[in-house]
Write a protein that binds this ligand. Structure first.
Ligand code: CTP
Length: 471
């Protein structure tokens, strides 16, 4: 049977698959496996042949749904403690953590690529210039896809090279290229550990942000030797790794800038009167809070609301649509822009500088309206500094999906979160929301849920989309 990869699917299917995978907290490949496994239960296991074996490690199979899989890249250095790293692989995998493995040349004297590969469940990486490896999983990709890199055992020589910024083999090239946290588990003879050169390197690495676990004190491999230099036990290393990974999974938007508009706008009639709408700002503010919890640098640009400012964000308070557009433009560039504000479509053309006086028995004042700038459309149609992901809302009272599809095309954004704001739904000003996510790929109906849950679900989709962009 011919093999099929996710890459070969058409764009529409790929986007649908990405959304489905994000919802279930799986990688796209794992989502396909799940679909095929379900199909196979009905039609026979041959259906699994449809997808070729992935070179990617498995995402966590169980546990709470997350939009990011936990990936540890284990670098095994050349020391006698390398045998313990085989147990470390098992311990990490037992916890549902995906493991990739690099063996240094020296490590191959202590453990074989075959034994490490059997435990990891895929080939281990050994060469910087492996043509097959470079094509599919080059050192830059290895460096980028790791949530955490563990170096165990970290030998004196390997630490010296890392401290000196060397990149003459796969392990050191990956360590030089990564942004991920690196956990070092040193292991060496006590005299080597105590040596001034090693201690200088350790101090340098700690100052550069590397984390350490161990070395422990105790019996050494060489008979009769005791002292500090034993590699930490696999379970201790796993414990330290889990602390860093927990931080990683709760901060999937770390390093991303997210802009959100929220609330209504007030369009002045005169200095004391204005045109407004019923938006409470609850949904936009909930999204800002969720993005901040996910580690993003958040700028919340809000019209006048009575709810509290979310914590951990930069707040910009505005009144009118034109002020909101100015504030949005000043905030660019951003990675994601979410337009949840209920912007007034019109403003009063002849807004009075003085309070309009009521003169009993005289004619009522005429208000002539002019169109406000469409902030979402302006930003989505920019050629310079258009955010990579532009998301709008569609507040509708009828033909929700059809109107939202029309808005998606007209405003040039990537996603629209459509909701029915008819008075009977209680959405405007209420605490719950029912969303239909409209993208170029199709429509995804979200269940009725709290505005906080809508925010969390949107952030999951954003994380998945940003991860997908990297593929
Ligand atoms: N929006 C905007 N600037 C405007 C009007 C709307 O940025 N002047 C954004 C909203 O924040 C929302 C999306 O556009 O993300 C759709 O808003 P909505 O009020 O549903 O649509 P309108 O364009 O106002 O169209 P209509 O009122 O005809 O439904």
């Amino acid at each position: 049977m011919a093999s099929l990869t996710v890459r070969q699917l058409d764009e529409k299917l790929k986007r649908l698959l990405r959304l489905r995978a994000a919802r279930h907290g799986r990688s796209m490949e794992d989502e396909v496996r799940t679909i095929l496994r379900e199909a196979a239960d009905e039609t026979g296991r041959e259906a699994l042949d449809l997808i070729e074996p992935s070179t990617k490690p498995h995402a966590r199979a169980a546990g709470p749904a997350k939009a990011v899989a936990l990936n540890v890249l284990l670098i095994i250095g050349g020391g006698i403690a390398a045998y313990k790293s085989l147990d470390l692989i098992r311990r990490l995998k037992e916890r549902g953590i995906a493991v990739r493995c690099i063996l240094t040349k020296a490590a191959e004297h202590f453990v074989t690529p075959l034994s490490a590969g059997a435990l990891v469940g895929e080939s281990v990486f050994t060469d910087l210039f492996d043509p097959a490896g470079e094509f599919d999983v080059g050192h830059i990709r290895l460096a980028r896809e790791a949530d955490l890199i563990v170096v165990a055992p970290a030998t004196a020589d390997l630490m010296a090279k890392i401290a000196g910024g060397h990149a003459d083999d796969l392990a050191t090239a990956v360590l030089l290229a990564t942004d991920a946290k690196v956990l070092l588990a040193p292991a060496m003879n006590p005299s080597m550990w105590a040596n001034k050169a090693t201690q200088r390197n350790v101090a340098q690495l700690a100052a550069d942000g590397f984390a350490f676990i161990g070395p422990n004190e105790g019996e050494m491999a060489e008979s009769g030797e005791r002292g500090t230099g034993r590699m930490a036990e696999p379970l201790e290393i796993v414990g330290a790794a889990e602390k860093f990974l927990a931080h990683e999974t709760t901060q999937p938007l770390k390093g991303k800038r997210v802009l959100i508009t929220s609330g209504p706008t007030h369009e002045p009639i005169d200095p004391v009167r204005y045109i407004a709408n019923r938006s409470s700002g609850k949904q936009g503010h909930a999204i800002a809070a969720a993005a901040a919890r996910a580690g993003a640098e958040v700028v919340l640009i809000s019209g006048p609301v009575t709810i509290p400012d979310p914590v951990g964000i930069r707040m910009v308070k505005v009144e009118s649509a034109r002020e909101m557009l100015n504030a949005v433009e000043r905030t660019l560039p951003v990675d994601v822009a979410i337009f949840a504000a209920a912007v007034a479509d019109w403003r009063v053309a002849n807004a009075g500088e003085q309070k309009i006086k009521k003169i009993v028995g005289k004619t009522t004042p005429e208000l002539s309206l002019v169109e406000n700038p469409d902030i979402l459309s302006t930003i989505a149609h920019r050629t310079a500094q258009r955010p990579p992901l532009v998301i709008g809302f569609a507040a509708e009272t009828e033909n929700v999906v059809a109107n939202a599809k029309d808005k998606l095309a007209r405003k040039g954004c990537d996603w629209i979160l459509a909701n029915d704001v008819s008075p009977a739904t209680g959405i405007m000003g209420g605490d719950r929301n029912t969303i239909q996510l409209v993208t170029k790929a199709g429509v995804e109906a979200w269940p009725p849920q709290s505005k906080d849950d809508v925010a969390a679900m949107l952030i999951e989709h954003i994380v998945a989309a940003l991860n997908g962009v990297k593929e």
